[in-house]
Design a binder for this molecule. Structure first.
Ligand SMILES: [Zn+2]
Length: 169
């Protein structure tokens, strides 16, 4: 077990957030783009093994650069459009260019369709239950009425009161 977090996040440009997640020797890079009226994300995975230390992000004059301290060697990536492209050689970065990466608890969920479908399936039994409830509520609850002469409770089907013999309507 490593002594640092497995997931980091940083804003890399206006409306662009980078997520870096490490799991089972793989490093997953996700760039979520939020523009007015639309939201999308691009993910890519790298086999890095265990991290030696948390990744470092730099904002240099030539763009946003990410350093991953992979098990064997350092991996450098550069933000190009909406993707992180692996660099052939280590760029010149200065400690002053370094951007703070925020450690996050949970990596982002990028499949919003599945939970929605599950939600629809759960709706069906609820609608059926509501139908049953309406049916039982619609049933007459009592057939009893009272004799207008003596007040004895009688059935609506009775023609005469069982108590006093009064003719019922
Ligand atoms: Zn009666």
């Amino acid at each position: 077990m490593s002594s640092f977090s497995d997931s980091y996040s940083a804003i890399v440009a206006t409306g662009q957030q980078l997520f870096i997640t490490h799991q089972n020797g793989q490093t997953r890079l996700t760039i979520a783009t939020t523009a007015p009226g639309q939201q999308q994300s691009q993910s890519s995975s790298l086999a890095t093994g265990e991290w030696r230390s948390p990744p470092a992000l730099y904002c240099t004059s030539s763009g946003v650069v990410l350093q991953i301290f992979a098990e064997q060697k350092d991996i450098w990536l550069q933000l190009q459009g909406q993707q992180m492209q692996q660099m052939n050689s280590a760029p010149a970065v200065m400690e002053a260019d370094r951007v703070t990466l925020e450690s996050i608890e949970t990596p982002p969920v990028m499949q919003p369709m599945k939970p929605m479908q599950m939600g629809n399936m759960e709706m069906k039994p609820m609608q059926m239950k509501m139908g049953d409830l309406e049916m039982s509520m619609g049933k007459p609850t009592s057939t009893a009425k009272l004799c207008s002469q003596c007040g004895q409770s009688v059935q609506t089907s009775d023609r005469f009161c069982a108590q006093c013999g009064h003719r019922l309507n």
